[in-house]
Design a binder for this molecule. Structure first.
Ligand SMILES: [Zn+2]
Length: 284
């Protein structure tokens, strides 16, 4: 909770795998370490670090720009996806996991690349018990109330540990080029899973309202079971009791990718409807 930092940095850090002239140019640009805000911010544990825009992913930019190993330098908790939307990304306690299209979990290899993610270094600023969570909207309402009291204009990463009476999650099949917009891909390639009385952790991110052009506003949750066997993007859940830990995070750093698609994407159009569709259950 230090000073708020907002910087758009197309940092050379994320391009170490590219080996082309763009990389060289960026290397030149950032060769003095203190000229790159991204390098300074690496050590800032109160910063949410974002790879690309969710709006880029929803348009079909599934090209990875940062490796799993690089992401681990930016946080130890987070959510996102992999190149080709090859499953849902869950980072927890410093490990990066993939929830596959079967709903199973595997550890992601360090050299795999990531088109979109949010991570931070988690340190709990506050813990509380939450009881009788009836469904995901009930959870969101209660967390929103908490956010109202803490301040709705900063970021919150949370982890919810407990046994979930119901956990409804999704993942998706890896996409092949040419990539379709995410809503179209998910219409056929989303896979859903239901588990009952399952012990695990929900990783959640709250983005303030002013993030509407860069991410999804409000809450976004991914789940991983305690035994690291199953997980995914949470569509619904319920719990009798669970422990919520909050990390108040008032720095934000975004890395704009140098993928083949990103520089020419039309990011001017409002995608809130599409984003709502891909983030929540279709009937909502
Ligand atoms: Zn998700």
């Amino acid at each position: 909770m230090k000073k708020a930092i907002f910087s758009a940095a197309a940092a050379a850090l994320l391009l170490t795998g590219c080996g082309n002239s763009t990389e060289d140019k960026l290397k030149d640009k950032y060769k003095e370490p203190d000229r790159s805000p991204a390098i300074d911010i690496t050590a800032d544990k109160e910063t949410v670090y974002q790879i690309s825009l969710l709006q880029g992913l929803t348009l079909g930019d599934y090209y990875g720009s940062v490796t799993v190993a690089e992401l681990k330098g930016k946080g130890d908790i987070g959510i996102g996806t992999f190149e080709g939307v090859n499953g849902e990304l869950i980072m927890l306690d410093g490990e990066v996991y993939r929830a596959t299209s079967e709903g199973t979990i595997e550890v992601a290899p360090d050299d795999e690349t990531i088109p979109f993610a949010n991570v931070t270094f988690f340190n709990s600023d506050e813990k509380k018990k939450i009881n009788d969570v009836t469904d995901i909207n009930n959870l969101k309402e209660r967390l929103d109330k908490k956010v109202e009291s803490l301040g709705k204009n900063r970021f919150y990463f949370i982890r919810i540990d407990g046994t979930f009476k119901k956990m409804h999650a999704r993942s998706e099949l890896k996409q092949e080029e040419p990539y379709k917009p995410l809503a179209e891909a998910l219409a056929t390639d989303q896979r859903e899973f239901q588990w009952e009385d399952i012990k695990g952790t929900v990783v959640g991110l709250y983005c303030p309202e002013y993030m509407k052009d860069l991410n999804a506003v409000g809450w976004h949750f991914h789940f991983i079971s305690d035994d690291r066997n199953v997980g995914g993007h949470v569509l619904d859940l319920s719990a009798d009791t669970a422990d919520v830990s909050f990390d108040y995070t008032d720095g934000f750093n975004i890395l704009l990718p140098e993928t083949q698609m990103f520089p020419t994407l039309d990011l001017t159009k409002d995608q809130s409807e599409d984003i709502n569709k891909v983030e929540t259950q279709n009937e909502e």
